[in-house]
Design a protein around this ligand. Sequence first.
Ligand code: SF4
Length: 172
Amino acid sequence: MNYGAIKYCDIANGIGVRTVLFVSGCRNCCEGCFQPETWDFSHGEPFTEEVEDAVIESLRPPYIQGLTLLGGDPMEPENQAALLPFLRRVKAECPQKDVWAYTGYILERDLVCGGSRCTGDTKELLSYIDVLVDGPYIAKEHSLILKFKGSANQRVIDCKRYGRTGEIVELM
Ligand code: SF4
């Protein structure tokens, strides 16, 4: 997997102060996407063990609330395969930190058994994600007053609760 950027001490992509990892590769092709260069799976640099180490180190200070996975799309199958061992590490080494992830896919349609982006990695990967912001970016539903999402159709979902109960509960 490649990544395009890492933002440290970010406050725009989830609650609290966070590290944000922008992975490369997305097939959603949303019209009006702000960063179409990230659709290419070879955009940016390889996500090496050294980069993993740097991200994990950045999570350790007590004022850091957690990690956000952005893209590109973390839920493309190739990215799920690369992110699964990384999130296992995050949860083992920084268990008190929360994980947010953004995807253009729809949780209960695409990421469940039989869905277009469901792989052998998906269930475990979702179990490490606390909040999933799902849905494609739709330019005509864009609004600057939305919190932590770009268009009104997108949902900020309590992913842990979904894993426990199968219920979609939006946090905001
Ligand atoms: S899911 Fe995100 S990165 Fe992919 S096309 Fe849509 S807005 Fe762009």
